[in-house]
Design a protein around this ligand. Structure first.
Ligand SMILES: [Zn+2]
Length: 178
C-alpha cells in the first residue's frame, strides 16, 4: 500500500475514533476495528462480513458504518461486471484527506477565536461560590465577594491561553501531516 494511503488511514482512525467516542459513546472501539478491517481487507467489504469477522453485533457495526459514511469518511459502492455483482464499504482516501482537513480547519478557527477571547478576558471571581465580577465591580466591593465575604481572586487567563495554544499547535501539525 502506498505511504499516502497508510497515512490517510492512520489519520482517519484517530479522527473517527475521537469523533465516535464524542458523539456516540462506546462506538469508538468498534470504529477503530472497522477501519482496521477495511484497510486490511478492502475495498468493497460487505457489512455482514465485517460483523462476522470482528465478532461484533451487526447493529453496532451498521451504526458505526452509517456514522462514518455520514461524515464522508467511508463510502459504499456497488460494482457489476459480466458475471457477478460486488458491493461493500471502502475507505475513500482521496476524499478522506479533504474531509479531515476541512473539519480540522473549523476546529482550528474555533480554537483561535477562543484564544483571542481568553487573552482579552480580565475579571475577578470568588473561589467559594464562583460568582464573577468586572474590575470596576471588584474595586467597588473592595475585592471582597459581596455574597460570602471571601477575597476575590483575579482570573488568570494565561493558563487557558497556554492550553489552547498547545491544542492549536497539535491541530496545525496534524494538518501539515507531521
Ligand atoms: Zn463568594
Amino acid at each position: 500500500m502506498p505511504k499516502r494511503t497508510i497515512d490517510g488511514a492512520r489519520k482517519l482512525k484517530m479522527f473517527a475514533v475521537k469523533m465516535l467516542d464524542m458523539y456516540h459513546q462506546g462506538f469508538g472501539e468498534i470504529a477503530s476495528q472497522v477501519i482496521d478491517y477495511l484497510v486490511d481487507n478492502g475495498p468493497l467489504v460487505p457489512e455482514e462480513v465485517i460483523s462476522r469477522s470482528l465478532n461484533a453485533r451487526s447493529n453496532d457495526v451498521r451504526k458505526v458504518l452509517q456514522v462514518l459514511s455520514e461524515h464522508g469518511l467511508i463510502s459504499f459502492r456497488r460494482v457489476a461486471n459480466r458475471d457477478r455483482e460486488r458491493q461493500g464499504w471502502y475507505i475513500d482516501v482521496e476524499n478522506l484527506e479533504h474531509v479531515i482537513k476541512v473539519r480540522l480547519e473549523k476546529v482550528l478557527e474555533k480554537l483561535k477565536a477562543k484564544m483571542e477571547a481568553e487573552s482579552n478576558v480580565q475579571f475577578y471571581y470568588c473561589q467559594h461560590d464562583g460568582s464573577k465580577y468586572t474590575i470596576d465591580e471588584a474595586i467597588e466591593y473592595e475585592f471582597t465577594c459581596p455574597r460570602c465575604g471571601m477575597v476575590l481572586e483575579e482570573y488568570n487567563g494565561v493558563k487557558a491561553v497556554e492550553f489552547l495554544k498547545k491544542n492549536i499547535e497539535n491541530v496545525e501539525a496534524f494538518l501539515k501531516g507531521e
